[in-house]
Design a binder for this molecule. Structure first.
Ligand code: BGC
Length: 395
């Protein structure tokens, strides 16, 4: 059986600005990469990344040619508002051209307003952060006022809050957890939820037709027998809080890569015999189906879009195997009534994986010297589903 994608189902690949554009010199990440701020845990700087700031047309030509009908990319706040209240007309025009360029190629753009990087002058723990974010979102209206149907306000707010918790541990010298994630910074979590709401209001004020949501990292917390309560308590500040905050949204983004098992004393490392990917995560493609079902249970009635799912591997046959199995899990969840409206693979390109170029998530290989793009076999395989509209099914 090859289940057909429902009408209007989004079929795409994802990138983010800082990971692909290159030269994002006004951003907090650029400062951290060069040791001016942060904790010195970054292995290599982003540099020119994939030079997509200049080569975005080529990226879109490839994706459309492969069969994708949708492209998720982010616009870079650090370029649009390099100094507080100072907006760059040229940067806004640049992203407007990208929206038009996607449409011209038959790609529906899904815009992310914030994907981890911020202007160097901004911080999520300041009292006025939510208001400042909403001001930027309003100023970016010329980019999304026409031609955009779906927009994500903030990518993985739960990971941003967790990163804030991680930095606290590093700076205080406190012990890191041996498995699982550090405790998120609760104040930052609340600021992000507030910022999301303010951003949704700002978007709706300028472009009421845009369907707004945010995208949450799902870790698929799997309790061992007896650890159910512990798993629920562990998951709440790291995940469910952010899902619940989306209860009134037009859609909710599910981002899934692997699972985390929870034992009687907390998170467990991957089983010793598990296959691991280049990020060290357990190869566990069934995670996507579980993530969708869990999200639908926490916020019933909110349409879901898979906004990221993929694998860091140098062996492209494992990418096809992983993605085929993940899509089977998605098809089964949909057959059981989970309302899924789209799938975006992470990532369109091999790109800057937040501190290193080593883990390659791309459907398209990018030469680090010449920036030449070479689609991998997985890109042709996955893109073609955009034409046949038939999902692989590997029960
Ligand atoms: C992020 C991406 C990242 C990917 C793989 C997600 O946490 O949104 O920016 O590259 O996972 O780590």
């Amino acid at each position: 059986m090859h289940p057909l994608l429902p009408d209007g189902f989004l079929w795409g690949a994802s990138t983010s600005a800082h990971q692909t554009e290159g030269g994002n010199t006004n951003s907090d990440w650029w400062l951290m990469e060069h040791g001016s701020t942060g904790t010195g845990h970054i292995k290599e700087p982003s540099g020119d990344a994939c030079d997509s700031y200049h080569r975005w047309r080529e990226d879109m030509d490839l994706l459309a040619g492969l069969g994708f009908t949708d492209y998720r990319f982010s616009i870079e706040w650090a370029r649009i508002e390099p100094a507080p209240g100072e907006f760059s007309r040229a940067a806004l025009d640049h992203y407007r051209r990208m929206v038009d360029g996607a449409r011209e190629r038959g790609l529906r753009p899904m815009l992310t307003l914030h994907h981890f990087s911020t202007p160097a002058w901004f911080s999520w723990d300041a009292a006025e952060s939510a208001e400042l974010f909403a001001r930027y979102v309003a100023a970016a209206a010329p980019v999304y006022a026409e031609g955009v149907e779906h927009m994500c306000t903030i990518n993985e707010p739960n990971m941003i809050a967790t990163m804030a918790g991680f930095i606290q541990l590093l700076t205080t010298g406190a012990a890191m957890p041996e498995a699982g994630l550090p405790e998120p910074d609760h104040a930052v979590s609340q600021v992000l939820i507030n910022a999301h709401r303010r951003a949704v209001e700002a978007v709706k004020a300028h472009a009421p037709h845009v369907r707004t949501g945010w995208t949450v990292a799902n870790q698929v917390y799997q309790p061992l027998p007896g650890a159910e309560h512990l798993a629920a308590a562990y998951s709440h500040p790291r995940e469910d809080l952010f899902l619940q905050a989306a209860a009134d949204d037009d859609w909710l983004g599910v981002q899934s890569y692997t699972r985390t098992r929870i034992g009687p004393d907390g998170p467990l490392p991957a089983p010793p015999d598990a296959e691991r990917t280049l990020t060290g995560w357990e190869y566990y493609p069934a995670a996507l189906g579980h993530a969708l079902r869990h999200t639908a249970a926490v916020v019933p009635g909110v349409p879901l879009i898979v906004t990221e799912n993929g694998i860091a591997t140098a062996d492209d046959t494992r990418r096809v195997a992983y993605t085929g199995a993940a899509l089977t899990g998605m098809a089964e969840a949909m057959a059981d009534g989970v309302d899924v409206r789209g799938y975006f693979h992470w990532s369109a390109l091999d790109n800057y994986e937040w501190g290193t170029y080593a883990p390659t998530f791309g459907l398209i290989q990018v030469d680090r010297e010449t920036f030449a793009r070479t689609p991998k076999p997985s890109a042709a395989w996955l893109g073609a589903i955009g034409r046949t509209r038939a999902l692989p099914y590997l029960p």
